[in-house]
Design a protein around this ligand. Structure first.
Ligand SMILES: NC(=O)c1ccc[n+]([C@@H]2O[C@H](COP(=O)([O-])OP(=O)(O)OC[C@H]3O[C@@H](n4cnc5c(N)ncnc54)[C@H](O)[C@@H]3O)[C@@H](O)[C@H]2O)c1
Length: 342
């Protein structure tokens, strides 16, 4: 299946097919004629995925693999520098390319390196986590964390192609699968009632392909309308305002999707909360966090979405619909208290 995504400067295809990694050469080979491909992965991603891609690229070009240390704590200037340095060492030219094989951390950093090297070279994204397949594969946002702030240095720089092979998820730990499903659940709540029904009535772990496709189509529709996050794209922040504060206040003990899940519980209407909680139970996602509510509030107040005494939030009253709402700090505090126990 091919899902085309339009951008200001053209667009790219998301190719989604189980087993596609094994014929990746057919998908990206023609474009790689005579080129150097630097494949970037991390040491938590099974090495065979990057090796398969490298082998395919070597059929008609050069290929090298760079493995960086895994984890958000390595989404740094040092890792970005390592990618750029490798490109220089390999004498990569403007016609060469980088290929990300891994989760959102590898994808975001590789995309940023592509944007910077010689003012922009091609990059291909091969996401291998649920989160990166349903979310970061669409939209062209690239970034690293810097000076203690998440994703603060980055660029809008879409890939040339995205290749999604759900078979790569067979090696992903279950907690990471649930973590990614939280983002798809978020999109269902704001934008796709039928997808929410799937989460409620079926076993989501048995429907990863369909969930991923529906989530990608939602995100595609949003980013095509608002590529550079000036309006509608903020709907994707549902659950993130409070979730982001919790993520920081909990000092990395909870995964991003887990914090988004808690953030959604805080900002959904009372009438759908019980339904959301039972889906979270099914997915093994938490309802609340143990950290300091005042710290969460302070972090929300410093969030880039905060305005004078208030924060722009996304509320959900019924599955498949949302509202933007400028929430003052007192109201926000009360919402935080419903999900954070100090
Ligand atoms: N660009 C965007 O639009 C966008 C959107 C959402 C999130 N993000 C970013 O994505 C990042 C989170 O991505 P993530 O959740 O994929 O985390 P991640 O990249 O850290 O991957 C999670 C873990 O899974 C391992 N892993 C990856 N693929 C695997 C596989 N197939 N089998 C076994 N292990 C595997 C990794 O080594 C890592 O330890 C964050 O930095 C976030 O900011 C970006």
């Amino acid at each position: 299946m091919i899902i085309p995504v339009k951008t200001r400067d053209g667009g790219y295809d998301i190719i989604m097919e189980r087993g596609s990694l094994s014929w990746v050469g057919e998908l990206i080979g023609k474009d790689g004629e005579g080129k150097l491909s630097l494949i970037v992965t991390d040491d938590g991603v099974p090495a065979q995925y990057a090796e398969t891609v490298a082998e395919a690229c070597r059929a008609n070009g050069r290929a090298e693999i760079l493995t960086i240390p895994q984890g958000e704590e390595n989404k740094t200037m040092e890792s970005l520098t390592a990618i750029l340095r490798k490109l220089v060492e390999l004498c990569a030219t403007r016609k060469d390319r980088v290929i990300a094989v891994g989760g959102g951390v590898v994808g975001d950093m590789t995309g940023l390196a592509a944007a910077l090297y010689m003012r922009g070279i091609d990059w291909i994204n091969i996401p291998t986590t649920v989160l990166s397949q349903v979310d970061s594969s669409v939209g062209g946002k690239t970034a690293i964390d810097f000076a203690g702030v998440k994703n603060v240095v980055g660029a809008f720089y879409p890939p040339k192609t995205v290749i999604i092979d759900h078979d790569t998820l067979s090696t992903l730990p279950k907690r990471q699968v649930s973590n990614g499903l939280a983002e798809a659940l978020k999109m269902s709540l704001t934008s796709d009632e039928k997808l929410f029904a799937l989460f409620e009535n079926e076993d989501p772990f048995a429907h990863l392909d369909e969930i991923c496709e529906r989530a990608i189509r939602i995100k595609k529709a949003v980013v095509e309308e608002d590529e550079c996050e000036s309006g509608l794209r903020r709907v994707l922040n549902f659950g993130h305002t409070i979730g982001h504060g919790i993520e920081l206040a909990c000092g990395g003990t909870l995964l991003h999707g887990e914090c988004v899940a808690i953030g959604m519980v805080a900002l959904c209407a009372d009438r759908i909360r019980p339904r959301l909680l039972s889906v979270l139970d099914k997915l093994g996602l938490p309802h609340e966090a143990a950290c300091d509510p005042d710290e969460v509030l302070a972090l929300c107040a410093h969030d880039k979405k905060a305005e004078d005494g208030a924060v722009m939030t996304v509320l959900c009253r019924d599955p498949g619909s949302f509202q933007f709402y400028l929430m003052d700090f007192e109201k926000l505090r009360r919402r935080i208290m419903t999900v954070v126990r100090g």
